[in-house]
Design a binder for this molecule. Structure first.
Ligand code: FES
Length: 159
């Protein structure tokens, strides 16, 4: 079993989170988020590590990690494309954008490209409805998407 441990920098961040909350339980989401930022996903080893740090059982951490779709429970591509599929984005052409991205990178939502570069997810509203249609690329929002903008983004990722 591969061991998980926060990097020294992330350990400092974790301690900072701990100091912000009256109860250490409240740190579960930031602790999971930190693990995901470090490795790109939340491994079972990371969940056990977090459970130890928070005085919880691994199952309690697993319960939280599996509840939120923002946590990746298996390794994903270097670039995570999260495509909004909710109403405003849908009305503004997200289906066409989805088809275009699928054609360009050759994967369906939920899949990772063979070269490990891209992972595509469809997600619910990310609160940027005014910029529909939109995606988050490794957490950074790109709004009012067109096929040309998608081309530019994918080209940047492939550099
Ligand atoms: S509907 Fe797409 S960001 Fe809100």
């Amino acid at each position: 079993m591969a061991e998980f441990k926060y990097t020294p920098e992330n350990e400092v961040k974790f301690q900072e989170y701990v100091s912000r909350y009256p109860k250490i339980d409240s740190c579960m989401l930031p602790a999971l988020w930190l693990a995901q930022k470090q490795e790109g996903w939340v491994s079972p080893e990371a969940m056990s590590y977090i459970a130890d740090k928070l005085g919880k059982t691994p199952v309690e951490v697993y319960g939280v990690a599996t509840f939120y779709t923002m946590f990746n429970l298996k390794p994903i591509g270097k670039y995570h494309i999260e495509l909004c599929k909710t109403l405003s984005c849908m009305l503004c052409g997200s289906k066409d954008i989805k088809q275009y991205i699928k054609d360009k990178i050759g994967i369906e939502p939920g899949q990772t490209s063979e070269d490990g570069l891209f992972h595509l997810s469809e997600v619910e509203c990310m609160g940027a409805c005014g910029g529909a249609p939109m995606i988050a690329l490794n957490g950074k929002y790109h709004e009012k998407l067109t096929k040309e903008k998608v081309d530019e983004l994918l080209k940047e990722c492939k550099k």
